[in-house]
Write a protein that binds this ligand. Structure first.
Ligand code: GFB
Length: 428
């Protein structure tokens, strides 16, 4: 019942305000594009992602939308407003970590060199907090893939689940809105969507709504997965200078690693990167040892600690390295177990001081660990962890040889030989 009321209200408000140019969603209406070009009013796309999703999947969703907003901005003055980071499920420390800006983790200038994006805080400073005109909750078609063929389609209709937005007495919708209580929406609708980013771009171009939010943006697929533009978007995701500096310091002081010696010097501007296969990496092996929910989520692929130690010993001896850096979400005692099993090697991890944790939060610590792993002479990840995937991509961008990058720990019972990650090679 609530869905029907919500839909009716949304539909009526859209009709009354006559803000859609076309009555056929999904088709491009060139008049709309022209109007947008002429009026050149800034337009803003806000978005959010399914709450349980982890940090590195959220990065992937960003890329889908960054490619899309770049396309949209060719025709009109579109901007992507970056959703502040909520306290994610995996961020376990007690420091306060709500509504974190993207600038804490990423270098915004680098992101902006790819597409017009801004932190929500910047939007609020420049335009004030008010109301978003239209929220679309994206959802899958119930019969998705049923016919066994990929067909791009979309339609506004009944919500599959009770929407997390409530119609208030003043006719506005309240909702989570990244924790900003005074932010509301004028209209809300559920949009069943099956398709890639440019399909959504077409849909958005058809209306002249200035402020629109797509919730569950993870439903949108990549426009093109793994092509040059994908990698440009990926390369533009440089980490914030503060986090890079912390990793540089740790590499120098603990791992005897520097960009010059490791052959990982990069141009300041990602657009000047040329690709190549000359990176050597610092004199250490890095393993990303994903534990916690992976222990029960992927029990066959996640090895026991004695097996991890055995696999590391094998690689260290083969590579003639004496130092292992461990990036992990494991509790301390598991790290110590590996340390004592490899007591003839130097086994280290990054430990943030309390002040540092307050400054860069759990998300920043995880990124510092990722950067350190990206610079290792040899990397071993955890099977199907997006945390490991992002390290592999970073190494691809820096120009490591694929043999040193696309390696995974093997589960117990596989005798150290198991399916290794597919080689996701960078395109320049
Ligand atoms: O990044 P992520 O999506 O990768 O989520 P997965 C894992 C999170 O756990 C990271 C923490 O973002 C970190 O906050 N974490 C994992 C780590 N490994 C490390 C590490 O080595 N060091 C530090 N400091 N933190 C998916 C999740 O995780 O796994 C899904 O996104 C779900 O929500 C699924 O839980 C099973 O792909 O590894």
């Amino acid at each position: 019942m609530l869905c029907y009321v919500v839909l009716l209200v949304s539909f009526l408000s859209v009709c009354e305000s006559s803000e859609f140019c076309s009555v056929n969603p999904g088709e491009v209406n060139n008049d709309c594009l022209e109007t947008s070009k002429i009026t050149a009013r800034p337009r803003f796309l806000f978005y959010d992602v399914n709450p349980p999703e982890g940090f590195n999947l959220r990065r992937d969703v960003y890329m889908r939308l960054a490619v899309m907003i770049r396309k949209l901005s060719e025709k009109a003055d579109w901007h992507l407003v970056l959703p502040p980071w909520p306290k994610l499920y995996h961020w376990r420390s007690r420091v306060s970590q709500e509504r974190l800006p993207w600038s804490l983790f990423f270098d915004l200038e680098s992101l902006q060199a790819f597409a017009p994006v801004m932190d929500l805080q910047q939007y609020i400073t420049e335009y004030g907090v008010s109301s978003i005109e239209q929220v679309y909750i994206l959802q899958h078609f119930k019969d998705d893939w049923a016919a066994g063929r990929f067909e791009e389609k979309q339609s506004i209709g009944i919500c599959n689940e009770t929407p997390p937005y409530v119609l208030e007495e003043d006719g506005r919708f309240s909702g989570y809105f990244w924790g900003f209580k005074n932010l509301t929406a004028s209209n809300m609708a559920c949009l069943s969507f099956h398709g890639r980013a440019f399909q959504l771009a077409k849909f958005l171009s058809e209306s002249q709504i200035r402020t629109v939010m797509v919730d569950h943006a993870e439903v949108v697929l990549h426009e093109s997965y793994g092509d040059k533009e994908y990698w440009q978007a990926r390369r533009s995701m440089r980490f914030s200078k503060k986090l890079v500096e912390k990793a540089v310091k740790f590499r120098q002081q603990v791992l005897n690693s520097s960009d010059e010696a490791d052959k990982t010097v990069r141009p300041e501007d990602w657009r000047k990167e040329k690709g190549g296969r000359t990176a050597l990496g610092g004199p250490y092996l890095c393993v990303h040892m994903r534990r916690r929910d992976f222990l029960w989520g992927r029990p066959k692929e996640v090895p026991s600690l004695p097996s991890v130690a055995q696999q590391l010993r094998y690689h260290l001896s083969k590579l003639q390295l004496n130092v292992v850096f461990i990036a992990t979400d494991a509790p301390d005692k598991e790290f110590q177990e590996i340390q004592s099993a490899l007591s003839d090697y130097t086994v280290v991890k990054y430990i943030a001081s309390e002040d540092e944790l307050l400054e860069i939060k759990d998300g920043g610590v995880a990124i510092v660990e990722q950067i350190i792993c990206s610079h290792a002479r040899f990397f071993i990840g955890t099977y199907e962890s997006t945390f490991s995937f992002r390290i592999q991509e970073e190494r691809e961008i820096m120009g490591f040889k694929p043999d040193t990058t696309f390696n995974s720990l093997c589960g117990d019972g596989s005798n150290g030989s198991c399916k290794q990650p597919s080689r996701w090679l960078a395109v320049f």
